[in-house]
Design a protein around this ligand. Sequence first.
Ligand code: NAP
Ligand code: 8YV
Length: 312
Amino acid sequence: MKPRLLSNGRLPPGLLARLAAAYALTTLGEQADPAAHLAEHGAAYEGLVTSAAVGADAALLARLPRLKVISSFGVGLDKIDLAAARARGIAVGYTPDVLNDCVADTAWGLLIDVARGFSAADRYVRRGLWPQGPFPLGRQVSGARLGIVGMGRIGRSIAQRSTGFEMQVRYHTRTPVAKLPWAHEPSLIELARWADFLVLITAGGAGTRHLVDAAVLDALGPAGYLINVSRGSVVDEAALVAALCERRIAGAGLDVFEHEPHVPAALMALDNVVLLPHVASATQQTRQAMSDLVYDNLQAFFAEGRLVSAAV
Ligand code: NAP
Ligand code: 8YV
């Protein structure tokens, strides 16, 4: 008998095909009435496949009383009720490390784009405005001060990429990381005051909600840029919109938002803002590696009772 697996949320078709071959797979979103399906069949499932975007909240876990393992597509754990999983002894697998490079590349792409105004300059050319005069000057990236909030797996990949730009780097975390060449700044406000570019790559969730508020944005100041590739919840989005509209910061590069897929309308009108639809890990290579790890976690769990990469 193949173990029964429930998939929830949007997952790559290639991953779903592999899972369907190895397990008795049911896709929750394909059920006519998902709530009724869970009420009737929830006790049949031993495994849940989900994504960082959708997660597994307390209500869903309560409807899966015999669940043994969750395998999540993504590294962020903010939408998985880890405490509930831990209390019930449910193993949680996720996909750390394999996406470090692409997420770090995206942070740099956003940083350079917003500093130099490349997306805005592209719109300028397409609108036929070039013959009317030159595009406004941008901000030099090389040699600038880079502040990084979060210095985990991805934070380090972002910092390492700064060497070619000869930037000074400082970072803020709750706990300094040993043996790093970059200075730890215990105060986020001080880091924002010092930095030309403030890049956010902390974990999401309750512990970091609105870590970047109006005071941090004012410390970053009218010459400073904010880059967010962590979670929308890390920034007080209303305060960010106000700071951008009032030019109290110079610009922002954003891959993540508080209420995805909804982006504040006020941001659409601003040329000093680069907006991405949460694509930091979205390359064929990285998404394949993430899919492989989701699959390998389940295979290792059902064959040997262990996970390749365990969050719990
Ligand atoms: P990680 O290795 O666990 O690093 C998380 C970092 O956040 C640590 O340095 C941690 O340091 C710091 N942190 C946690 N709480 C903090 C707080 N209150 N104040 C300051 N720093 C805090 O995670 P990772 O693999 O680098 O991934 C980081 C996050 O990136 C993920 O959780 C996910 O939300 C996001 N992400 C986004 C995308 C995207 O598509 N945009 C893709 C992948 C990941 P301390 O514990 O010492 O504070
Ligand atoms: C995922 C992410 O693309 O890994 C994460 O935490 O945010 C992204 O890599 C996305 O969440 C997939 O659901």
